[in-house]
Design a protein around this ligand. Structure first.
Ligand code: GUN
Length: 309
C-alpha cells in the first residue's frame, strides 16, 4: 500500500511552530502583520482569502483585509500597494489572484516591496531563489519541500520531474528541488513523449491544472507523487472517470454535487510509494507557508535572525 502524505497534519505542525514564534516576537513587542488584498467577488478567491485571514487570527498575526471594487484601476491599486509598502504594521502583502482584466497584474506584483512579498512573486525574490540566495519563496512550492522533508523523503540525488511551468508553482518548485540537489526536469504542454520522462521520476510533481492528467502508465512504481492540482468535478461522467467504485467519494459527490480531483489520476496513486492526496495534501501547506513567510518577513525587515522554515 502506498504511503499517504498527510498535508493537513504537516500544515498543523508548521502553524504550531509559527504560533510559537509569534509569541516569542510578542515578548519583544513585535506583532507580524499581513495585508490581504481581495478585489471584487471571485468566489474561490473569497474562500481562500477568508481562510488566510482566519489563519492569521488563529496564530496571533495581525491582518488587514482590503477589498477594492471589481472596477478598480491599476493606478488605484498601485497607490494602495505603495501605502502598504510604507506601513510599519504590515510585514506581508498578499494580492489575491486572479485580478480583473483591466488591472496590470505584473506591474502590481512588481510594485510590492520584495521585503513584504510573502507570496514570493516579485522578480527580485524569483531571482534570489534562482541565484541560491535567501528569498521569500512562493508558498505552494515551499510547502511541497516541507512535505518531502518532514516525511523523510530524500531529495538530494533523486530525479524530480515537474509537469507544469507556471511562475507560481512549476518554475519555483523546480528551483527549490534543484537547490536541494535533486536532478530536475521541467515538462510542459509542448514536451515530446512526456510519459517517457515522467516514468523515470523518483519524485513527480504535477502542477498542470488539468484533472487526472497523469495516468498510471506515466508513473514509475514506487515513485513519490506530489499533486498540486485542484480541479472541481461536477458531472457524473467526469466523476466516473476518476472515482468509479469509490464509496467515500460517491457519498461526498451525492451530498455536495461536486468533488475535487487533482492533476494525477487516482489510479496512478495506487502505484506510488508515497503520494499527496487531493484534497488534504499540498493544499493545506499553502496557507501554513504564507503564515511562515509573514513571520519570516517580519523578522527580516527588523534584521532579526530567521527561525525555522
Ligand atoms: N491565487 C491562486 N493561488 C494563489 C496564491 O498562492 N497566491 C495569491 N496571491 N493568489 C493566488
Amino acid at each position: 500500500m502506498p504511503r499517504v502524505l498527510d498535508g493537513a497534519a504537516i500544515a498543523a505542525a508548521i502553524k504550531l511552530e509559527v504560533a510559537t514564534d509569534v509569541k516569542r516576537l510578542a515578548a519583544e513587542g513585535i506583532r507580524p502583520g499581513l495585508a490581504a488584498v481581495l478585489v471584487g467577488h471571485v468566489p474561490a478567491s473569497e474562500i481562500y482569502v477568508r481562510s488566510k485571514v482566519q489563519a492569521c487570527a488563529d496564530l496571533g498575526i495581525f491582518s488587514d483585509l482590503i477589498t477594492p471594487p471589481e472596477t478598480v484601476t491599476t493606478e488605484d491599486m498601485l497607490d494602495l500597494v505603495a501605502g502598504l509598502n510604507d506601513r510599519d504594521d504590515i510585514d506581508g502583502i498578499l494580492i489575491q489572484l486572479p485580478l480583473p482584466a483591466q488591472v496590470d497584474t505584473k506591474a502590481l506584483l512588481d510594485a510590492v516591496s520584495p521585503l513584504k512579498d510573502v507570496d514570493g512573486f516579485h522578480p527580485v525574490n524569483a531571482g534570489r531563489l534562482q541565484a541560491g540566495r535567501p528569498a521569500l519563496a512562493p508558498c505552494t512550492p515551499a510547502g511541497v519541500i516541507q512535505i518531502l522533508e518532514r516525511s523523510g523523503i530524500p531529495i538530494a540525488g533523486q530525479y524530480a520531474v515537474v509537469v507544469g511551468r507556471s511562475d507560481i508553482v512549476g518554475k519555483p518548485v523546480a528551483m527549490l528541488l534543484l537547490n536541494q540537489n535533486a536532478t530536475v526536469t521541467i515538462c510542459h504542454s509542448k514536451t515530446r513523449d512526456l510519459a517517457a520522462i515522467t516514468r523515470q521520476a523518483d519524485i513527480l510533481v504535477a502542477a498542470i491544472g488539468r484533472p487526472g492528467f497523469i495516468m498510471p502508465e506515466m508513473v514509475k512504481p514506487g515513485a513519490t507523487l506530489i499533486d498540486v492540482g485542484i480541479n472541481r468535478v461536477t458531472t457524473r461522467g467526469e466523476f466516473d472517470r476518476y472515482f468509479a467504485g469509490n464509496a467515500k467519494r460517491e457519498a461526498a459527490f451525492a451530498k455536495r454535487g461536486s468533488t475535487i480531483v487533482g492533476d494525477i489520476h487516482p489510479k496512478a496513486f495506487e502505484l506510488a510509494g508515497a503520494y499527496t492526496p487531493v484534497p488534504g495534501g499540498v493544499g493545506p501547506l499553502t496557507i501554513a507557508m504564507l503564515m511562515a513567510n509573514t513571520v519570516r518577513a517580519a523578522r527580516m525587515r527588523r534584521n532579526l535572525p530567521r527561525r525555522g522554515h
